[in-house]
Design a protein around this ligand. Structure first.
Ligand SMILES: [Fe+2]
Length: 239
């Protein structure tokens, strides 16, 4: 059988997942259950002010292709002020139905939460991954381009086996990430089916379980004003 599908085809019966292959459980991404989308999260003027304050920041860290970091583009911390951050956290707690969120404290890894991430078309590509379970239970992204490429939002993925079988998408305990769960150092993009795409819209907040395989769908732009700008958040909560 030889066919190429980026997404799991609806009209074709796929072979079963090979029984000897490492796998992941599949948890279908369902709006209101394991991911949430809210438009116009802030008042338009406030979202524009957040965007310009991010772009005016003077201190940035650089990722690919400028350094050996795995992450692309450039980023700067403290993107939202505490009032704005509280508004987001209150909303997140209400939808995930938890009383308490906190940011993981790690001496090994920097948890880049409340961090503005600016990535141009030439600087990055989709990289399906899960957020390390020790550092994140829920993640959020606030998109901040007034005129984005709408297909450059966030996508969820599921494993695509060599025989084209569609596998799972979530890392369960005791594993923390895909490297542990699948016993591989990395997987090519072709090892994934795209499952769900969330469009990029200005001032849209998305929240999702960080253990579901996901990635920025694509990047765009070539200067400060046109590159894909988003603020990302990572929280821990009680299981
Ligand atoms: Fe992530």
């Amino acid at each position: 059988m030889s066919f190429k599908h980026q997404k799991v085809p609806k009209s074709v019966v796929l072979p079963s997942v090979p029984s000897d292959a490492p796998g992941l459980r599949y948890e279908k991404p369902e709006l209101g259950s394991n991911y949430w989308v809210v438009d116009e999260f802030f008042k338009h003027e406030e979202a524009m002010a957040i965007r310009s304050s991010c772009l005016k920041k003077e201190v940035w860290k650089y990722g690919k292709p400028y350094t050996k970091e795995l992450w692309p583009g450039m980023r700067t911390p403290n993107a939202l002020n505490s009032k704005q951050l509280k508004k987001i956290e209150k909303y997140v707690k209400s939808v995930i139905k938890k009383n308490k969120l906190w940011v993981a404290d790690s001496n090994k890894v920097v948890v880049d939460t409340n961090t503005a991430i600016l990535v141009g078309a030439e600087e990055g590509a989709s990289r399906p991954h899960v957020d390390n379970r020790y550092l994140c239970r829920y993640a959020a992204v606030l998109y901040l381009n007034p005129d984005p490429i709408t297909s450059a939002g966030t996508s969820f993925y599921r494993l695509k086996y060599a025989n084209e079988a569609a596998g799972g998408n979530i890392v369960d305990p005791p594993y923390a990430n895909l490297v542990d769960a699948l016993n591989v150092s990395s997987l090519p993009y072709s090892a994934w089916y795209k499952d769900i795409d969330i469009e990029n819209r200005f001032n849209r907040l998305i929240i999702f379980k960080g253990s579901i395989v996901h990635s920025a769908s694509e990047y765009f732009g070539d200067d400060l004003n046109t590159k894909r700008l988003a603020i990302t958040f990572f929280w821990m909560c009680e299981d």
